[in-house]
Ligand binder design. Structure first.
Ligand code: SF4
Ligand code: SF4
Length: 504
């Protein structure tokens, strides 16, 4: 139990930073309408308001500066478990950018939580709000196909932007900025959906995709630079961000690319990149392959109990290398050199590609705790995952609670995302790391589970080994035909659907 005096101290700290109103007289909660004054100015510090008139926030956590962003050590897992139990609701949520989030934290204790996390080199800074988010690397250190060290490049890029006032907060950045790094052309880090998606082409050069983004309007990132040398990657990213800031486009960088077109934006970026190049160091990106097998623990819809985190820490400590890997699919991978009989009941994979893994059900927080959430993604995803397990083949379902698409529906094999004024669910099919899904149509939310079940049955009956193969064998029109026949609320795309796409 915390003493009142310590709560007051924390309150004083907040007051100094953001001149917040005195709320200590009604400690049970605050009005949702106060959110802009209290939480928004600090969102880049990793804080996000939970749904409702209450004092709860979530804390989204990245690795600290100077650390491999995908590697989470056993002491960190234990601290996350303890912090979530003590300050939150005893669960953590695995994000889709290698982050972890804790919910239902009293906002007055945010600074205290941050200091607990920092003691084990975890840091929420620049995981939310207008900031340069975690440049998510594919797990290249555990993949024999890797041409470069994606984790090292991610650390190099991430550290450059972190804790710099000119790259964080609503007065510095017009919107968030997302980067991913794939260490080979399989592109497991999903470049199509990033502001900047880097893909290694051989050991010495990279392709750079620019202007992607899902949520609100779905834009496919475009190949803007090819044959890029390692030393030119950070200057290009700095150039893109400076152009973005100059334009002040609050809907996101993708709209800058849509406004001016690829050629003009390329020349705007190069103009800045040429000026900063001499001041930026080049990273050492030699690939580093750690040959282990990987215990694969998938958590459909992302929730992990704190006791489970402790169990995982025990496994990684006793049987593994003392760390786990987080990527973009709500799965925890535990590298192990030797399998023990104690681990008979766990799924194990060889080192190698991390897309598409399956059966995988990824979901955002949804209406349980997220203010804009329109559907309960946890409940829907848990029910759907039961159908998915029967398919026994690689497939990823992505479920989002609103059009922001944090569940990455557009880049999933089957995607579900609320759409329109009277909430319906948009179904997409065949999305993946390098392309957005096809729009199948919309349905009533209560029919979403049945729709997915019908699609999965067609997939299995087609004997296809991937959804891409299924689409080319069976066709999206046939899927629409079956859904229309079996689900009265299904509607094929009409003119109104065009609002889900970007202008091109
Ligand atoms: S296969 Fe995937 S995980 Fe492996 S190096 Fe290529 S992009 Fe990375
Ligand atoms: S998609 Fe919407 S409901 Fe889901 S986490 Fe993002 S903002 Fe919240």
């Amino acid at each position: 139990m915390l003493l009142i005096s310590s709560l007051k101290d924390i309150h004083v700290t907040w007051h100094r930073v953001i001149k917040m109103p005195d709320l200590t007289s009604h400690m049970s909660g605050f009005k949702y309408s106060d959110i802009h004054k209290i939480i928004y100015p600090r969102r880049h510090e990793g804080i996000y308001k939970n749904r409702g008139d209450n004092p709860w926030v979530s804390v989204r956590i990245r690795q600290g500066v100077g650390r491999d962003p995908s590697k989470w050590f056993t002491d960190q897992l234990r601290t996350l478990a303890e912090v979530s139990r003590r300050y939150g609701d005893g669960r953590v949520m695995l994000g889709t950018r290698g982050d972890v989030e804790i919910f239902k934290v009293n906002y007055r204790l945010f600074d205290e939580v941050v200091s607990r996390l920092k003691a084990v080199n975890l840091d929420p800074r620049d995981s939310c709000g207008n900031s340069v988010r975690n440049p998510i690397p594919c797990p290249s250190n555990h993949c024999p196909l890797a041409q470069v060290n994606a984790e090292a490049l991610s650390k190099f890029i991430g550290d450059y932007f972190r804790y710099k006032a000119e790259y964080e907060g609503p007065s510095a950045m017009p919107h968030r900025f997302k980067i991913s790094i794939s260490a080979c052309e399989r592109a497991c880090a999903i470049p199509v959906a990033q502001d900047v998606g880097i893909v290694a082409k051989g050991r010495d050069t990279f392709d750079v995709y620019v202007g992607g983004g899902i949520g609100e309007h779905a834009f496919s990132a475009k190949l803007m630079f090819s044959g890029v040398k390692a030393e030119d990657l950070l200057p290009i990213i700095v150039g893109a961000i400076e152009v973005f800031k100059r334009e002040g486009e609050r809907r996101g960088f993708k709209w800058v690319v849509a406004k001016y077109g690829i050629d003009r934006v390329r020349s705007m970026i190069l103009d800045v990149a040429g000026k900063v190049k001499q001041t930026l160091p080049a990273p050492d990106l030699s690939p580093r392959f750690i040959n282990t097998r990987l215990i694969k623990l998938h958590y459909p819809t992302g929730w992990v109990e704190s006791s489970e985190l402790e169990r995982i820490a025990d496994i990684a400590g006793k049987h593994g290398l003392g760390y786990v890997i987080l990527f973009n699919n709500q799965t925890i991978y535990v590298p192990v050199r030797v399998m023990s009989s104690e681990l008979n009941d766990v799924e194990v994979k060889d080192p190698g590609p991390f897309s598409t893994e399956g059966p995988t059900t990824v979901a955002c927080i949804g209406s349980e705790l997220c203010p804009p959430g329109l559907i309960n993604t946890t409940s829907l995803g848990s029910r759907i995952h039961i159908h998915l397990k029967g398919t026994n083949r690689p497939i990823r379902i992505g479920i989002s609670g609103c059009t922001h698409d944090c569940g990455m529906s557009w880049v999933s094999d089957i995607g579900l995302e609320p759409y329109g004024f009277k909430t319906r669910i948009l179904i997409t099919l065949g999305g993946g790391p390098t392309e957005l899904g096809y729009v199948v149509g919309t349905i009533d939310p209560m029919d979403a589970e049945q729709a997915v079940d019908l699609i999965l049955n067609m997939y299995v009956e087609s004997n296809s080994q991937s959804i891409t193969e299924f689409i080319s064998r069976v066709g999206v029109d046939k899927v629409r035909e079956v859904l229309a026949m079996r689900i009265p609320s299904f509607k094929a795309p009409d003119k109104s659907i065009s609002s889900v796409f970007g202008p091109n």
